[in-house]
Ligand binder design. Structure first.
Ligand code: BEZ
Ligand code: FE
Length: 294
C-alpha cells in the first residue's frame, strides 16, 4: 500500500491532489489543486467544528435554492465577499490607458432598447433631470465612431425597471446608443439614487450577521463596445453619494466618480424638456485596441 494515499491531517491536501488522474486537464489540476490546498488550510486554521461545517453546507444549499432565472444568489455572494471585483481587477491588470472597469451586476438586459442620441431614457419622467454627455475613444484619445454605449440605472427611488414591473415601464432608464463621427454620445435621464442589493435571502443574512449595510452607491452602468476593441463594463458614480466609500460589492474606483453639476439655465432646460435647474454630467470612455490577429 502506498502510504501517500492514506489520509491524515498533515497530508490531507496532498492525498486529495494525488487522487487526480493523469489525464486531468493541467489548468483544472492547477486551479482545483490550489482550491483544495487553501480549503484544507482554512479548515485547519479555524479548526472548523462539525456544527460550523453543517451550517456552511446549509448556507450554500440555501444560496443555490434562492437562485431563479431572474436571481443569482451565488453571484451576489461572490459580490459581497469581494470575489467578483477581485476577478475583474485581476483580469484587467495593466490596462492603465483604458477606462477602469467594474462589476456588471445582475440588472443588465441583453436586448437593451435601441435609442437615438439625445433621447430620454427616463420613460416615466420621474426624478431630477440630468443630461449625460460623453465620448468614446481608443487608448490614444482618438474618437471611436459607431461605438455602442449600453446604459442602465436605477430610478430616483433606487429600483431597476425589472424590480418594479408593475410600477415602471419596461425599458425605463435603459438605452443602447451609438456614437457619432466624433465618438460622442448624449442622452437625457435622471440622477440615480443609491439602492440596497436584495437582502431577503442568505446573502442578506450574511450581511446582517457581519454588521454590514446592503447599499450600492448611486451609479449609471455602462457597457461600451467598438469594433477591434476590448468591450468595457463600468459605472459612472455620483460624487456626493454617502455610500461611495462603503459599496457593499466593493465596485467603486476613484477614476469613475463624477460631479453631477446643477445648471440654472431656463432656456436650456426648456430646449431639453427639463425642469430648471437640472443636472449635467460628462463621462468619457477609453477602450483598449485588441491586438491585430497574426
Ligand atoms: C448592480 O450594480 O446593479 C449590482 C451589482 C452587484 C450586485 C447587485 C447589484
Ligand atoms: Fe446597479
Amino acid at each position: 500500500m502506498n502510504n501517500l494515499s492514506l489520509f491524515s491531517e498533515e497530508k490531507s491536501a496532498e492525498v486529495v491532489l494525488a487522487s487526480f488522474g493523469e489525464g486531468t486537464d493541467p489548468r483544472l489540476r492547477h486551479v482545483l489543486g490550489a482550491l483544495v490546498r487553501y480549503l484544507h488550510d482554512f479548515v485547519k486554521e479555524v479548526e472548523l467544528t462539525n456544527e460550523e461545517w453543517e451550517a456552511a453546507i446549509g448556507f450554500l444549499t440555501e444560496t443555490g435554492q434562492t437562485c431563479t432565472n431572474v436571481r443569482q444568489e451565488f453571484i451576489l455572494l461572490s459580490d459581497v465577499l469581494g470575489v467578483s471585483m477581485l476577478v475583474e481587477t485581476v483580469n484587467n491588470r495593466s490596462l492603465e490607458l483604458a477606462t477602469e472597469s467594474t462589476v456588471l451586476g445582475p440588472f443588465h438586459m441583453v436586448d437593451s432598447p435601441i435609442r437615438e442620441r439625445g433621447d430620454t431614457i427616463a420613460l416615466d419622467g420621474k426624478g431630477r433631470d440630468c443630461l449625460v454627455t460623453g465620448r468614446v475613444t481608443n487608448e490614444t484619445g482618438a474618437p471611436l465612431a459607431n461605438a455602442t454605449v449600453d446604459v442602465w440605472q436605477a430610478n430616483a427611488e433606487g429600483f431597476y425597471d425589472v424590480q418594479q414591473p408593475d410600477v415602471q415601464p419596461e425599458g425605463n432608464l435603459r438605452g443602447l446608443f451609438t456614437t457619432d463621427d466624433n465618438g460622442e454620445f448624449w442622452f437625457r435621464s435622471i440622477v440615480p439614487r443609491h439602492y440596497p442589493i436584495p437582502v431577503d435571502g442568505p446573502v442578506g443574512r450574511l450581511l446582517q450577521a457581519t454588521g454590514r449595510h446592503p447599499h450600492r452607491p448611486a451609479h449609471v452602468h455602462f457597457l461600451a463596445t467598438a469594433k477591434g476593441h476590448r468591450p468595457l463594463v463600468t459605472h459612472l458614480f455620483v460624487e456626493d453619494c454617502p455610500y461611495l466609500g462603503s459599496d457593499v460589492v466593493f465596485g467603486v474606483k476613484e477614476s469613475l466618480v463624477r460631479e453631477f453639476a446643477e445648471v440654472d439655465d431656463p432656456s436650456g432646460a426648456a430646449e431639453l424638456g427639463f425642469d430648471n435647474p437640472y443636472c449635467t454630467v460628462h463621462f468619457d470612455v477609453a477602450l483598449l485596441s485588441k491586438p491585430e490577429p497574426k
